[in-house]
Write a protein that binds this ligand. Structure first.
Ligand code: AMP
Length: 248
């Protein structure tokens, strides 16, 4: 079983410390991943983290971790956020920004970071910019994964996730070695509630309205690196590394 950066401080908030923190990097990379749900950002994040030694900071994972913890540990704002998430809607900016601000130490991590699922609106991107500026930090690049809508829907409905180590599989494109079982930690794979068809439709509408304009926002700041997301995870990853290299 491989030891992964455990992201305890990110998943559980400011009072938690990571038992397996990221190793300090000479040049920590600070990246944002953009792309419609199901485009393969989670898989690319996993590959990138292993390659760069950075920590995978997914806001969706904060909400999923809260869902698994007892109801008494949830603040009212977090409990309300889980309702939005269940329906496939975006959680209000105010709640998401408060959660990220509480975790500012993760942005300062010497291993670097890979933000996945945040920012998701232009207001969140502006707030992130201010937060990083106060910490005297800058983003290196924003990777934007691009794929036609029909393919996105096919990918989402076949996606299976490990509740333990968060590894992501696909029943056809990236099946686990043993059906229903995580290759990395032996956890029982499950289908996320928001990967069901009725939630997928709401999530895609939210993406088109709120998140797609982010590409223009970052293009304007000369940070955007477009990555065609067709093909195998390895092919997409090769394009990602090339894009980062050229975007430097
Ligand atoms: P994800 O795993 O990134 O697809 O996120 C799952 C769900 O969590 C989304 O459908 C939203 O309900 C919620 N969520 C995660 N990140 C954000 C964010 N930055 N802003 C608003 N809602 C979010």
């Amino acid at each position: 079983m491989e030891t992964k950066i455990d992201r305890a401080a990110w998943l559980n908030g400011a009072t938690a410390t990571c038992n397996f923190p990221a190793v300090p990097q000479v040049k920590p990379r600070r990246l944002v991943l953009l792309g419609a749900p199901g485009v393969g950002k989670g898989t690319q994040a996993e590959l990138l983290c292993a390659n760069l030694g950075a920590c995978h900071l997914s806001t969706g994972d904060i909400f999923r971790a809260a869902k698994q913890s007892g109801a008494c540990e949830r603040t009212p704002a977090l409990a309300a956020a889980l309702g939005y998430m269940r329906r496939g809607d975006l959680v209000p900016d105010e709640t998401v920004l408060a959660l990220v601000a509480e975790r500012v130490n993760c942005l300062r991590c010497h291993g670097g970071f890979l933000l996945d699922g945040f920012p998701r609106t232009v207001a969140q991107a502006e707030a992130l910019e201010k937060l990083l500026k106060r910490q005297k930090l800058k983003l290196d690049a924003v990777l934007s994964y691009e794929l036609p809508l029909e393919e996105v829907v096919a990918r989402l409905s076949g996606r299976r996730t490990c509740p333990g180590c968060k590894a992501v599989f696909h029943i056809e494109a990236r099946p686990p070695k043993v059906e229903g079982i995580c290759d990395h930690c032996g956890g029982t794979l499950y289908q996320r509630e928001d990967d069901r068809p009725e939630s997928i439709r709401v999530r895609m509408a939210a993406y088109e309205k709120s998140t797609a304009p982010l590409a223009d926002f970052y293009r304007g700041r000369k940070l955007l690196v477009a990555v065609p997301a067709e093909g195998t995870p390895e092919e997409i990853f090769a394009r990602t590394l090339k894009g980062l290299e050229n975007g430097r």
